[in-house]
Design a binder for this molecule. Structure first.
Ligand code: ZN
Length: 203
C-alpha cells in the first residue's frame, strides 16, 4: 500500500506558514513504515528539535482506479479515519530552502499516526465533517472538511491521474490552521464528528 498526502489544503493553514494558496494540490508520499497504529506512543525522534502536529482527515481507498472522473470518485472509498501528519519543521525548512524533497521531514518512522476507520455512511455529509485535536486537554486545532481547498472527491480524481489508486491506499487530506510543536509527555486526543479516535502520548 502507499500513503499519499496533501499539503496546504486549507487556506488559513497555508497563510500561517506564509505559503501561497495553491492552484493545484501539493502532493507528497510516505512509506508504510511511517504509519503508527492502535494509538501507540509516538517517540520523539533524535534528528529534530521541532516536531509539529498536523491533524488530518484520512481516506482509505476501497477500489482500484486510474484517471477516475470526479463524479465517480465517491465510489472509490468507503471509510474515513483521523490521522496526524507529524512534521519535523526544522528539517522541512532546510529542505524547502534547498529546494529538496520533504520525505525526511514528513515520512520518517511513526510520522503518520492513524486511527481506526469509520464507514462513511455513518456521516451525514463527508464534505461537512468537524474534527479537532486537543493537547493535554487544550484544543489546538479545529477543522471542517467544508474548508478544504480541494475536496475529497477532487483529490481522488486528481491523484489518480498520476498514481493508480489501490485498495488500502491512504490519502492524508491536509491540515487546518493551528499547527504547532509537540513535546515529550504531551497527550494528544483527536476526534472526528464528536467521536474520539486518536488518544496517545509523545515519549
Ligand atoms: Zn500535512
Amino acid at each position: 500500500m502507499k500513503i499519499l498526502a496533501i499539503g496546504r489544503n486549507y487556506a488559513n493553514h497555508a497563510k500561517e506558514l506564509n505559503n501561497p494558496v495553491p492552484a493545484e494540490p501539493v502532493v507528497f508520499s510516505m512509506p508504510d513504515s511511517a504509519l503508527l497504529k492502535s494509538n501507540k506512543d509516538f517517540y520523539y525522534p533524535d534528528f529534530s528539535k521541532d516536531i509539529h502536529h498536523e491533524v488530518e482527515i484520512v481516506v482509505k481507498i476501497s477500489r482500484v482506479g486510474k484517471n477516475i472522473p470526479i463524479e465517480f470518485a465517491h465510489r472509490y472509498y468507503t471509510e474515513i479515519g483521523l490521522g496526524i501528519d507529524f512534521t519535523a519543521r526544522d528539517i522541512q525548512a532546510e529542505c524547502k530552502k534547498k529546494g529538496l524533497p520533504w520525505e525526511k521531514a514528513k515520512a520518517f518512522d511513526g510520522a503518520a499516526p492513524i486511527s481506526k476507520f469509520i464507514t462513511k455512511d455513518q456521516f451525514k455529509d463527508v464534505n461537512q465533517m468537524d474534527f479537532h485535536l486537543d493537547i493535554n486537554g487544550k484544543r489546538v486545532q479545529t477543522g471542517n472538511t467544508a474548508n478544504m481547498i480541494f475536496s475529497i472527491d477532487y483529490l481522488i480524481a486528481y491523484l489518480s491521474q498520476f498514481f493508480t489508486l489501490k485498495i488500502g491506499d491512504l490519502i492524508y487530506t491536509g491540515t487546518p490552521e493551528g499547527v504547532g510543536p509537540v513535546k515529550i509527555g504531551d497527550h494528544l486526543e483527536g476526534a472526528l464528528e464528536g467521536e474520539q479516535l486518536l488518544d496517545f502520548k509523545v515519549k
